[in-house]
Design a protein around this ligand. Structure first.
Ligand code: ZN
Length: 184
């Protein structure tokens, strides 16, 4: 995808998919390109996601970027005033109000890049990703590889018994699965 930097116009980019699909890697890649171009960037992650590191966005492949931990979408708005490019990882944890915040930032002329999980462990769309997809200019869906059969994987299989919608963790709790192998 080519994004041309224009003056005074903002937009929203959404990177979404299941776990292990490289969402955070893609977010980091885009933010790094902006940093190389000497643009003023800020990256946020929700407080709930404290895996690996407290003040960095880290991908499963151990790439990392310095980030600011926030507990609400409103904080993102307040802390983005000087930024030209705003990145948010695990955006699904910031709730419905993040949609208005992203719209406001884009309206203020900022490039907003959000990454998040599009479905929960039951395969149900994870709000506010559907709403963000509807208002965004650019969308990329990342796929993983099914850990059972090797087909393209679009689902996150939970391996342990829990009915909590949010259960933060990685390797032994979740697996990427294709449509055929996914068992909600
Ligand atoms: Zn499969």
């Amino acid at each position: 995808m080519n994004v041309i930097q224009t003056q005074g116009v903002g937009w929203i980019e959404v990177v979404c998919g299941c776990m292990f699909s490289g969402k955070t890697e893609e977010l980091i890649r885009r933010i790094r390109r902006a940093q190389i171009a000497k643009q003023n960037v800020v990256i946020f992650k929700p407080e709930i996601d404290n895996r690996y590191s407290d003040n960095e966005v880290v991908s499963h492949s151990k790439q990392k970027l310095e980030s600011v931990t926030v507990s609400s979408a409103q904080e993102v708005l307040e802390l983005s005033q000087d930024a030209e490019v705003v990145g948010i990882d695990e955006v699904q944890f910031l709730g419905a109000e993040v949609v208005d915040v992203c719209n406001q930032l884009a309206k203020d002329g900022k490039r907003v890049i959000v990454a998040g999980l599009d479905k929960d462990y039951l395969g149900v769309p994870f709000e506010p990703i559907p709403q963000l997809l509807a208002v965004s200019e650019y969308i990329v869906k990342t796929l993983a590889i099914c850990m059972e059969c090797g087909n393209p994987a679009n689902f996150t299989q939970r391996l342990i018994d829990s009915e909590e919608r949010v259960l933060v963790g990685t390797d032994k709790i979740y697996e990427a699965r294709c449509r055929k192998c996914f068992k909600p």
